[in-house]
Design a protein around this ligand. Structure first.
Ligand code: BDR
Ligand code: CA
Length: 317
């Protein structure tokens, strides 16, 4: 089985990505590490447990991670994902935080990678604080990974949180910088522009969410706040390839679980801007190789959207 460690901040699209992983037969999720991001970390932990409960997978260990970015100001995305991170559609029977593991997310991440050298696919769909802390504590983890799959960053000045900045990178620019300069394993990045260009038509949501299962009913409840948000003028401007919705985090997940999902990549050295009035947190590409970096990442360009639709459909069955 393909071994995954997932670092998340659910977040509705994180929930979609986690549910895709759980529905994939050849995947074993070793653990889920939680990070501040769309909502404060305790909400993130609670949301992760809610997702696992609806999927009947509370056996998967969940770890609480960093509460704030390394240096900058803490930000959340309540407008988009709901204040509680999952569309403000509370569940009175949500599992309690006593189900969390005692071990912290950063040490758990290092341990899970070290116990399975060369085997772990690390999927990161939150601000990169936990990963940055982990690689500072144990730089050897970077070469022990089979692959790193990140949702975050942007390749031109199209941001979703600041003019030029994507949420996960803007929420902790220093962490993004450390990760992109200290992880030397094969790395795949689903950027914000890529996600917008590869969006799915709204018509997909009807059959997807109309499935007669608890998982589909759960998704419909937590997704409705975001669905309303996204169908506004601002977001229509953002979706470059015509109107639709993008489950950003699911692209990183799909790339991790199926090697044939990504059909075209740009291989390039990258770093992150840490200063700049408009550009702090922006990913910087170095196609001319001025930074003289050996390590190149794979920026996803095109993917098999039919495969993505099938994964999303199956995830709610
Ligand atoms: C990213 O930011 C978060 O709001 C989403 O969960 C996704 O990880 C998109 O910019
Ligand atoms: Ca996320």
């Amino acid at each position: 089985k393909r071994k995954l460690v997932i670092d998340v901040d659910p977040g509705v699209d994180d929930a979609q990505a986690i549910m895709v992983a759980l529905a994939t037969p050849n995947v074993e999720v070793l653990g889920i590490t939680c990070c501040h991001g769309n909502t404060p970390v305790d909400n993130v932990c609670k949301n992760t447990l809610r997702i696992l409960k609806v999927c009947n997978r509370l056996d998967i260990p969940v770890y609480r991670g960093c509460t704030e970015p390394l240096l900058g100001r803490k930000i959340h995305a309540g407008d988009f994902h709901g204040k509680d991170g999952l569309g403000d559609a509370p569940d009175p029977d949500a599992p309690g935080l006593e189900l969390l593991q005692k071990e912290g997310a950063v040490t758990a991440m290092i341990r899970m990678i070290s116990e399975n050298p060369g085997e772990v696919h690390l999927v990161a769909t939150a601000p990169l604080t936990n990963l940055a802390m982990a690689v500072k504590l144990d730089p050897a983890i970077s070469e022990k990974l089979k692959g790193l799959y990140i949702m975050g960053g942007n390749t031109d000045s199209r941001g979703n949180t600041t003019v030029c900045g994507e949420f996960n990178f803007v929420a902790d620019p220093e962490a993004a910088y450390i990760v992109l300069n200290r992880f030397f394993c094969p790395t795949y990045i689903a950027t914000w522009e890529f996600s917008c260009r590869n969006n799915l038509p709204w018509s997909f949501c009807d059959p997807w969410l109309a499935q007669d299962t608890d998982k589909a009913r759960f998704m419909k409840r937590i997704f409705s706040h975001t669905m309303q948000m996204v169908q506004t003028e601002r977001f229509e401007k953002e979706m470059v390839a015509g109107v639709g919705f993008t489950s950003c985090d699911t692209y990183a997940m799909a790339a991790a679980i199926d090697d044939t999902f990504v059909t075209e990549c740009e291989q390039v050295a990258v770093t992150v801007e840490l200063e700049g009035r408009y550009t702090r947190g922006m990913m910087v590409l170095d196609p001319v190789e001025m930074l003289k970096k050996q390590h190149k990442v794979n920026i996803m360009k095109t993917v098999d959207l039919e495969k993505l639709k099938k994964m999303l459909m199956d995830s709610l069955k």
